[in-house]
Write a protein that binds this ligand. Structure first.
Ligand SMILES: [Cu+2]
Length: 189
């Protein structure tokens, strides 16, 4: 009886010391491991930040701003003389040709760099009807719709220029730009 008791006491003492030493070594190792993991994780997070443009201020403008533009019926005028957006903002523009079906008037909207509307209109004539009277490859052109038939619409999405300023929009159908024009006002983001 006595012997059994002292044996079991000794055994339990040994067990406890083993458990404690295991705990110490495990805890010590886990501390080191978790510190290393935290460092790696923060490095990864920093790398992701620099790769993800959404976290950069200049491009982070949220959802696209929705704009609409139409014609004044059969007149060679847009219904809005100005549109305003922030630099770098995503734009979703819906253009509606409000002309009557019997008018035969086709129109587009072409956004151009400041002061280049006449040059773009002339280049549009050179581009010809197959290109919808628009020099789409020109660096002066920021964005453009196709030629839209009377009563129809087209929605385009594009990014506002990063440089604030007054960006004209015109219809490049020959002769229309003289009156079919407005200004996209790009303000500081
Ligand atoms: Cu037009």
């Amino acid at each position: 009886m006595m012997n059994r008791g002292s044996k079991s006491k000794r055994k339990s003492t040994i067990r406890v010391s083993v458990i404690v030493s295991v705990l110490i070594s495990t805890f010590g190792v886990s501390l080191l491991t978790s510190t290393a993991e935290a460092k790696t994780a923060s490095k990864k997070a920093a790398a992701q930040d620099s790769k993800n443009p959404a976290t950069k201020g200049a491009k982070a403008k949220g959802a696209a701003v929705k704009l609409t533009l139409s014609t004044k019926g059969d007149e060679l005028y847009y219904d809005k003389a100005t549109l305003t957006v922030k630099a770098g903002q995503s734009i979703e523009l819906t253009f509606t040709n409000g002309a009557s079906s019997t008018s035969g008037l086709t129109h587009n909207v072409t956004f151009v760099k400041p002061g280049t509307e006449e040059q773009v209109a002339n280049a549009g004539i050179q581009a010809g009807p197959d290109k919808g009277w628009t020099p789409t490859d020109s660096p002066m052109v920021v964005a453009t719709t196709k030629l839209v038939n009377p009563g129809e619409s087209q929605t385009i999405t594009f990014q506002a220029p990063d440089t604030p300023g007054d960006y004209p929009y015109i219809c490049t159908f020959p002769g229309h730009w003289v009156t079919m024009k407005g200004v996209l006002k790009v303000t500081k983001g």
